[in-house]
Design a binder for this molecule. Structure first.
Ligand SMILES: [Zn+2]
Length: 589
């Protein structure tokens, strides 16, 4: 009897989850966030606090928090309690559990994963329990509007609507001009995420102090033993990058007060900061200035927060020598500034490609192309705003070589001619194109072609305005327009996706939110193919995978299988830039 009751409660929960009106939940939270941001701009801290409390106790914010942590890459990785929320019933129950009173974070489950670019070295990773991740997502919704409003104007990492391209664009603007600062301090903070002082965070982060201290001292469990945490942001949590940003914000202002209180002083010193998460550069007119005045100021600023510069990795370089920043190399050649993909970045990318080709020796050609294409496209898109054409051509050539060896090794007894005929084709004016004959819908024969980096057009990126605030409605049109341009640029060479995106005005059918190129999407027919539906864009729609599943469960009318799946380039260049904070990081959902 009891279990029957529990069952029916669970299925009611499942119904609730499936029938949730996401567009209106998003609107509600967004409205509150706008008010929080406004109160923060007005410095009305009592009001900020009250609104934040209201937001984290709202049903809408709780539902969105659960949706976020069950929709990202880490959703199947349990924390120390072994829990994952896969069913609509479990997700609905999680919303009810999300109450800040009495919710004590559990310690992180510590695992070791291979270090990037190494097969033997491992690094530790803390995985929070699902409920704690959801709680972080919940409180992040209240913290972000304040953090955004107070952020340094030229900080670009882990913020809404800003990214590496904007950071690089800023570097270009600062250094390209004649008479620009010739010296650059490259800052490297020693283990930033692990060492930030808890005391500092508790005093300065504008959020619920009780919840924050509970996160910070959650500790971690390794081999069944509990270890305390005494410093650093809560690893593996979605709030972690924002907490680190809050800690590092203010450096730009401190530098400006000291070196550029007047236009004349700023012109003399040319001290400017560009920061992406914990990675930053500071420009200056002379080596001495950076060494003797700027560096000590930065050190003092960091020391307050329990941080220090790594003496080996913090260097001062002349622009003629060049420096690497965010996977790019920035250097002046005879007075002309060129930004190119850095040698280290290209090497790491090609190592990944080579590895993929190597471990897939027995795989079908079609499968290998499916594995390589998103990597190549993602990497090339990352570098498409800099001087990368030559590198693209070279990279294509290198990959071609690796594939030729792959093909030869599969058929050691066959002639070169045979191998060429089997794996390579001539397409329009190009010879030796790596292409597979594959079967498409209804077994129609089609050709799957390897993506060529050189096909990516190099275009200038327009940097984000430094005072633009995504939580201020005055900037809504500005950000919508920017996103439009970006997505359409990224979808160059993908005619169908581009058309669908425009047809739906860039919005997901399920939740009404803008679909970004960094999201996953599914493309589905409205009238199923079996019922005579066509493959023309008029019969196709795009949705987030989670929205797809939900609509399908609710209406039962959508087909289970997507015609096309768009995956963001997660293994591309951008993921190499992320600080190591765990698998649950998302770029916003
Ligand atoms: Zn959606």
């Amino acid at each position: 009897m009891r279990s029957a009751q529990a069952d029916s409660a669970a299925s009611r929960g499942a119904d609730h989850w499936d029938q949730m009106d996401w567009p209106s939940l998003h609107r509600h939270v967004r409205g509150l966030q706008t008010r929080i941001a406004k109160a923060a701009r007005d410095q009305d801290w009592r009001r900020v606090k009250a609104l934040q409390r209201f937001l984290v106790n709202s049903y809408s914010a709780k539902a969105l928090a659960v949706k976020r942590v069950t929709g990202n890459d880490g959703k199947r990785t349990p924390g120390v309690d072994g829990e994952v929320w896969t069913t609509p019933g479990a997700k609905w129950k999680a919303i009810q559990r999300l109450d800040s009173r009495g919710l004590r974070p559990q310690p992180l489950r510590r695992v070791y994963i291979p270090k990037r670019g190494s097969t033997t070295k491992k690094r530790p990773l803390g995985i929070p329990a699902m409920i704690d991740r959801a709680q972080q997502a919940l409180h992040l919704q209240a913290l972000e509007p304040v953090a955004e409003t107070q952020a340094d104007p030229h900080s670009y990492g882990f913020r809404r609507s800003r990214g590496t391209h904007d950071a690089i664009n800023r570097v270009f603007t600062l250094l390209a001009r004649e008479g620009a600062a010739p010296w650059i301090l490259e800052g490297d903070i020693k283990g930033c995420f692990d060492h930030i002082s808890h005391g500092w965070l508790k005093c300065h982060v504008p959020m619920d102090k009780k919840v924050l201290s509970a996160w910070l001292k959650a500790g971690f469990v390794e081999s069944g033993k509990l270890f305390p945490t005494t410093a650093g942001t809560p690893q593996g949590g979605i709030a972690s990058p924002t907490l680190a940003n809050v800690a590092l914000d203010g450096l730009e202002k401190a530098l400006a007060e000291r070196f550029g209180p007047t236009v004349a002083a700023l012109n003399r010193s040319r001290v400017r900061l560009v920061r992406y998460a914990d990675d930053f550069i500071i420009t200056g007119t002379s080596k001495e200035l950076l060494e003797r005045e700027v560096k000590p100021l930065v050190e003092a600023f960091l020391a307050e927060r329990g941080l220090e510069l790594s003496p080996e990795k913090t260097t001062i370089t002349h622009i003629a020598e060049g420096f690497d920043f965010l996977g790019q190399n920035v250097r002046k050649y005879g007075g002309k500034l060129l930004i190119k993909p850095s040698v280290k970045n290209v090497k790491a990318f090609l190592t990944d490609i080579r590895e993929t080709i190597r471990v897939n020796l027995p795989a079908k050609q079609e499968t290998l192309i499916d594995l390589l294409n998103p990597k190549i496209r993602g990497w090339a898109n990352y570098h498409r705003h800099v001087v990368a054409k030559e590198t693209f051509v070279w990279v294509d050539h290198y990959i071609w070589h690796a594939l030729w060896r792959w093909a030869r090794r599969r058929h050691p007894r066959k002639s070169r001619r045979w191998v060429r005929a089997r794996y390579f084709r001539t397409q329009e004016f190009r010879h030796w194109v790596f292409a597979a004959r594959a079967r498409g819908y209804k077994d129609e024969p089609r050709t799957k072609v390897l993506f060529s980096a050189a096909d990516v057009r190099i275009v200038r990126h327009v940097g984000v305005k430094s005072d633009a605030n995504p939580f201020d409605p005055a900037w809504d049109d500005y950000f919508a327009q920017r996103q439009r341009t970006r997505v359409l640029q990224r979808l160059q060479n993908r005619r169908l996706l581009k058309q669908l995106w425009q047809q739906q005005d860039g919005k997901c059918l399920g939740c009404g939110q803008l679909i970004d190129e960094s999201d996953r999407w599914h493309v589905l027919p409205v009238v199923p193919f079996q019922a005579g539906g066509t493959r023309s864009p008029t019969n196709l729609r795009m949705l987030h995978p989670t929205c797809h599943r939900r609509l399908r469960a609710a209406a039962g009318s959508l087909p289970g299988c997507a015609v096309l799946v768009h995956r963001p380039p997660s293994s591309g260049a951008s993921s190499m830039l992320e600080p190591d904070t765990g698998p649950t990081r998302t770029s916003g959902s």
